[in-house]
Design a protein around this ligand. Structure first.
Ligand code: SF4
Ligand code: SF4
Length: 82
């Protein structure tokens, strides 16, 4: 009997140009993946970025809440090579 679980990892990205800096992603993320960037996007907002995507557990809260469809969460097969 194996109790080994393959730990899934996820890659979260924000399309900065679409972000209107509402912050819903950061509020909804249980793993504090999102942080404001240190620059403005082309719309004049400070976009949020997935600064800690390695912490993502794939709950998809952020996808559900982002009003601008700026977020992508992809499952990364296997452990990410470092
Ligand atoms: S899927 Fe969940 S854990 Fe991952 S970035 Fe979105 S809210 Fe955070
Ligand atoms: S929820 Fe979407 S639009 Fe709002 S700050 Fe996050 S990425 Fe930007």
């Amino acid at each position: 009997m194996s109790t080994t679980e393959s730990k899934k990892s996820y890659v979260t990205t924000v399309e900065e140009a679409l972000c209107k800096a509402c912050g819903y992603c950061a509020e909804s993320c249980p793993k504090d993946v999102f942080e404001p960037a240190d620059h403005l996007n082309e719309q004049g907002y400070t976009p949020f970025v997935a600064a800690h995507t390695e912490n993502c557990i794939g709950c998809l809260n952020c996808l559900a809440l982002c009003p601008d469809f700026a977020i992508t969460v992809e499952e990364a097969e296997g452990a990410a090579a470092k």
